[in-house]
Design a protein around this ligand. Structure first.
Ligand SMILES: Cc1cc2nc3c(=O)[nH]c(=O)nc-3n(C[C@H](O)[C@H](O)[C@H](O)COP(=O)(O)OP(=O)(O)OC[C@H]3O[C@@H](n4cnc5c(N)ncnc54)[C@H](O)[C@@H]3O)c2cc1C
Length: 443
């Protein structure tokens, strides 16, 4: 741990500005790659920055799945570019898109390929293996960004842009700016846990009671839960969640994706993330061993892979022009600037034990454009993991289809602002909504 007062002063250095674009999207996860496509299709010269060498974020690097939640009670609530994307995957046998729940099991390799192809076809420039490390603000207007600073194999570089979209999931760009944000547990409670997904091959998926996470039916595997409870009681495992052993980030016969590990920590803290990787990689081995020994359908199972990185549920959220609350989820009212609909239950995974608190919804709810706009922002928007929402509201909004729909909204908004040369808070939310509707989104 770094002791207080133990600092160095970095010498100032000249940083080359390698691109000048209209819109730069930081992070190529579900919200980011859709935001980049939307911005480019709406005429903005767009650059997408991504830390890994592929797109998809938690869906591919984290293997979290299925992609929730395209339907509410068998009716589509997300369309537009996100639906185009899953249809493209389905054409390549990479997704099942017609389940009544609107949850989409998928193949992560097809996901990576289709996402990249659609981004390239939209005319977006991609810069892989590039990490956002800082930003530069306007000298007179501190809330206005002029550059994002990245690091990659070439060293430290800057990109100039008119508009910036933070889709890092953890608010990495916003947290380096003068714009307001807070940790999602700031108003009390705990952050949702980190979980390392893994996939099994060699499973008798015909004999195994495969869950497809249909609405309102049992959510976790009861028999697997009993087994892991015994491991915790015997002190051989410190914690677990679910488990959910599903066709999620796989749809292949004989394979399962498993969400079962749980670590309590702050994923915006480098030390905590490292500890989570160390702990959970050991837990995966323990859990696989128990499943193989005790579940007849898994006797020949083998560990196909673990996720590239531990899954991060929540860290930072912006303090936006509007903050989505539990009331907005459970007793929804209309917004003039609705830019997406949500329909996933309020799904809170406890970090300190293996419990989960789920509140099912009566109807889908709208999400306001203003929850993507940090207070005081002139040229920065967010989408996905760092939108403005309370811990409870975010526990519903956080799933992938909603993050994608918000990505389409943020990308379109940034392109419209660029066209009109206006600030992100000046954009008329009603006009944005009409434009999104015209472009196939359900809003
Ligand atoms: C354990 C777990 C289980 C989940 N289960 C489900 C589920 O079953 N269904 C579902 O729909 N959703 C699920 N989710 C939620 C899902 O992961 C999120 O909805 C989604 O990934 C959010 O998308 P995003 O684009 O905001 O962020 P992310 O997916 O986190 O993507 C962020 C992207 O930005 C990149 N990045 C981050 N920091 C930087 C940086 N500084 N510089 C450059 N690039 C950067 C990352 O590499 C990544 O590609 C789960 C999440 C977790 C953690």
């Amino acid at each position: 741990m770094i002791e207080k007062g133990n600092f160095i002063i970095e010498p100032s250095k000249q940083v080359p500005v390698i691109f000048k674009v209209d819109v730069v999207v930081c992070g190529g996860g579900p919200s980011g790659f859709i935001a980049a496509i939307a911005a480019a299709r709406n005429g903005a010269k767009t650059l997408l920055l991504e830390h890994y060498g592929f797109l998809g974020g938690m869906a591919t690097a984290g293997l979290v799945g299925p992609i929730s939640k395209f339907n509410f009670k068998n009716t589509r609530i997300v369309s537009g570019i996100p639906e185009e994307f899953i249809e493209e995957m389905a054409i390549r046998d990479g997704a099942i898109i017609d389940l009544p729940s609107g949850n989409v099991p998928y193949d992560p390799e097809i996901y990576k390929y289709v996402a990249m192809k659609m981004v390239e076809e939209a005319g977006v420039q991609i810069l892989f293996h590039s990490r956002v490390v800082d930003c530069i603000s306007d000298v007179d207007i501190p809330e206005e960004l002029t550059h994002v600073v990245i690091e990659n194999k070439s060293g430290r570089q800057a990109i100039a842009a008119n508009y910036f979209i933070d889709c890092t999931g953890t608010g990495d760009l916003v947290s380096r700016s003068k714009l307001p944000w807070e940790m999602r547990n700031n108003r009390g409670g705990e952050l949702q846990p980190l979980s390392l997904y893994f996939r099994l091959g060699g499973v008798d998926t015909q004999a195994f009671n495969l869950l497809m996470a249909h609405d309102g039916v049992k959510y976790a595997s009861v028999e697997l839960k009993e087994l892991l409870n015994k491991e915790v009681e015997a002190g051989r495992l410190s914690n677990f969640g679910g488990p959910w052993a599903v066709h999620g980030s796989t749809l292949r016969a004989g394979q399962l994706s498993v969400n079962a590990t749980r670590f309590s920590g702050n994923a915006a803290d480098g030390n905590d993330v490292s500890k989570a990787e160390q702990e959970l990689r050991k837990d995966v081995m323990k859990i696989v061993e128990v499943f193989k020994e005790q579940i007849p359908a898994m006797k020949d199972a083998y560990l196909l892979d673990t996720a590239t990185q531990v899954g991060i549920r929540e860290t930072r959220g912006i303090i936006g022009l509007y903050t989505m609350t539990m009331e907005d989820i459970l007793q929804p009212k209309g917004f003039e600037d609705t830019v997406a609909y949500g329909g996933h239950p309020v799904d809170i995974h406890r970090a300190s034990d293996s419990k989960q608190e789920v509140s099912f919804l009566q109807k889908p709810y709208p999400i306001s454009y203003r929850s993507l706009v940090p207070k005081g922002a002139t040229n920065l928007l967010v989408a996905g993991g760092c939108l403005s929402a309370t811990h409870e509201a975010f526990a519903s909004i956080r799933v992938q289809a909603q993050c994608m729909a918000l990505g389409q909204a943020a990308g379109t908004a940034a392109a419209l602002c660029n066209r009109e040369n206006i600030g992100v808070a000046e954009l008329d939310g009603k006009l944005l909504r009409e434009e999104l509707r015209r472009q196939g989104a359900i809003v």
